[in-house]
Design a protein around this ligand. Structure first.
Ligand SMILES: Nc1nc2c(ncn2[C@@H]2O[C@H](COP(=O)(O)OP(=O)(O)OP(=O)(O)O)[C@@H](O)[C@H]2O)c(=O)[nH]1
Length: 299
């Protein structure tokens, strides 16, 4: 008889910079799992998927990930309940090197009624200033119904604790069929993800000058060196000739900064080493191309 498999959406929650991305990347083995919009979770972007003989875990973002700590607090209270309510499990990530403050208290308060389906990861245990025992005590005090065995000490950076955390999550996951096919990523997804990362880096740096008027097109992508390297040619597309100069910057510094920042993220996300050839071009009409473009830009 076949053993029934497990399947769960796992909402990843925690203050900014506690190491959620690093931890999810570690749990998912650094491999790109899924990228484009996914029907069931339009509000919660998928961060990664783990496929194992035991089943499948799909890690999803919670709102407020990009909010400042103050805004995070408010957002969590507004929408946290609902978004978290849609997932089967919650992975609550804490940073052992930072004292819990009001924001941490706000998160813990939101999670308190959902403690039965929450697992906690006390991250950054590698740092000399980490107070693992203090952080675990904090959890016991603020989430008394979260038993200590559902709290795992990890270092996402030094890659420790991941196995224990995965086993814990699988043990908590409900039985069910895989939520996504094992190899749920396509060339299209990869290109989309790359374009999004470049666009984010460009917008971060050019927000003042070019709000919403740039788009990124991954024109070409090719695997090289026994599939260890992915060469990518991408264009930042602006509407007017005059905007090109802003993207390029003095002595090419702006586009270089965008490329370096994007390259760093891409290297941490994909299993390949990425060679990024980034250029700028003008296309007056790109904004009116189709619905997809508008979706990319106006989000
Ligand atoms: N020393 C140490 N640093 C870590 C660890 N995990 C993450 N970091 C670092 O902490 C910083 C933030 O990590 P991210 O993974 O981006 O954190 P995040 O929670 O996803 O951040 P947001 O996306 O802003 O919510 C990065 O500089 C990581 O390298 C860890 O276990 N130990």
């Amino acid at each position: 008889m076949d053993t029934l498999k497990k399947a769960a959406f796992v909402a990843v929650i925690g203050r900014p910079s506690v190491g959620k991305s690093t931890l999810v990347n570690l749990l998912c083995g650094q491999k790109v799992a899924i990228v484009s919009a996914v029907p069931q979770t339009t509000r919660n972007a998928i961060r990664g998927i783990v496929n194992r003989p035991e089943g499948q875990l799909v890690f999803v973002d919670t709102p407020g990930r990009h909010a400042s700590e103050k805004k995070l607090n408010k957002k969590l209270i507004e929408v946290g309940d609902r978004a978290i309510g849609e997932s089967d499990l919650i992975l609550y990530v804490l940073d052992a090197s930072r004292l819990p403050g009001p924001e941490e208290d706000a998160i813990a308060a939101v999670l308190a009624p959902m403690a039965e389906r929450t697992a906690a990861a006390v991250n950054k245990a590698d740092l000399p200033g980490a107070d693992v025992a203090g952080t675990r005590d904090y959890l016991t005090r603020t989430l008394p119904s979260l038993p200590p065995e559902r709290c795992v000490t990890v270092s996402a950076l030094e890659k420790t604790g991941a196995e224990e955390l995965l086993s814990l999550l699988f043990s908590m996951a409900p039985q069910g069929d895989a939520l996504y096919p094992d190899e749920y990523y396509t060339d299209q997804d990869v290109r989309f993800r790359i374009a999004e990362i470049i666009r984010e880096k460009a917008i971060n740096r050019l927000r003042q000058e070019l709000p919403h008027s740039l788009y990124v097109d991954v024109a070409d992508a090719e695997l090289k060196d026994n599939d260890t390297r992915l060469w990518v040619r991408a264009f930042i597309i602006v509407e007017r000739e005059s905007q090109k100069g802003m993207v390029v910057g003095k002595d090419g510094r702006m586009i270089k900064a965008i490329r370096v920042a994007a390259q760093k993220d891409l290297d941490s996300i994909f299993e390949w080493k990425i060679d990024l050839d980034l250029r700028v071009k003008t296309s007056r009409d790109w904004r009116h191309n189709d619905g997809l473009l508008r979706r990319l830009v106006d989000r």
